[in-house]
Design a protein around this ligand. Structure first.
Ligand SMILES: [Zn+2]
Ligand SMILES: [Zn+2]
Length: 251
């Protein structure tokens, strides 16, 4: 018998590496088996009833019925078939997402993807053909070193066995950071900012696409990408987002 394949009869040096890994919870700093402890998840990651097409949180107490929409989406339907968000962009997720996005906090990735995975299963999201991250300009990708949306998308795509590529959608125009602009300015800022890689546009024809972004505020970026995809012949476009900024009048 090959000794390399046999099970050792007593602990060997290095075996402790197999023990469950514990680290400090990123929120409360207590020791935990995951990046965020079970108590903090129970406290800060409760599911909410959200609008079908923009994922804004709807008042508690509403029965969760399919295709429930907020007033704004009823007045003007966004170009999305569905929008699903895992969390509200507020304490403690705002700090954690800033860390994930700007400060190399990639160790939070698996735990963040767990939240989105749970929200998608709760919302009974339709299965897309492609999961495509919102792209960065080459300049911003170079500055940051990674695209936070692709980091989430590739993990989720692996779990759900979806096609996922970072280069199918292109950000062809450098835009002001949306966070610095008023809600009205954001739609103008991202107009004509995106394109589909010309060599691959035919691959998306007739396909069901889920876009993935870390945070959605006005929705301008995702709506613009959805328009570009529909023009290219995509049959369905969803947006899957980790955190949705609450409306100004929401607590
Ligand atoms: Zn905790
Ligand atoms: Zn809505």
């Amino acid at each position: 018998m090959d000794a390399r394949l046999s099970r050792p009869s007593k602990p060997v040096a290095g075996a402790r590496l197999l023990a469950p890994c514990r680290s400090q919870c990123a929120i409360c700093r207590h020791w935990a088996r995951q990046a965020i402890c079970a108590d903090c998840l129970q406290r800060y990651a409760q599911p909410a009833i959200r609008c079908w097409t923009c994922a804004t949180r709807l008042p508690p107490g509403l029965a969760s019925t399919p295709q429930l929409r907020c007033g704004r989406c009823l007045q003007q339907a966004p170009p999305l078939d569905r929008c699903i968000a895992a969390l509200d962009y507020g304490f403690p997720w705002d700090d954690l997402l800033q860390r994930f996005k700007f400060h190399q906090g990639l160790e939070l990735g698996a735990c963040l993807v767990d939240r989105l995975d749970e929200a998608l299963s709760c919302a009974q999201a339709a299965r897309p053909d492609w999961l495509l991250p919102v792209p960065l300009t080459p300049q911003r990708l170079c500055e940051r070193g990674y695209n936070q949306s692709f980091e989430l998308a590739r993990r989720l795509a692996r779990r759900q066995r979806l096609k996922c590529e970072p280069d199918l959608l292109l950000r062809v125009r450098h835009t002001e950071q949306q966070a610095r602009l008023s809600l009205q300015e954001r739609a103008a800022n991202v107009r004509r900012a995106f394109a589909i890689e010309p060599q691959r546009a035919k691959d998306l024809h007739g396909q069901h696409i889920a876009l993935l972004d870390d945070v959605m505020t006005s929705g301008a970026t995702l709506f613009e990408l959805a328009r570009v995809l529909r023009q290219a012949g995509a049959s369905h476009v969803q947006a899957w987002i980790l955190a949705r900024t609450p409306e100004p009048d929401q607590p």
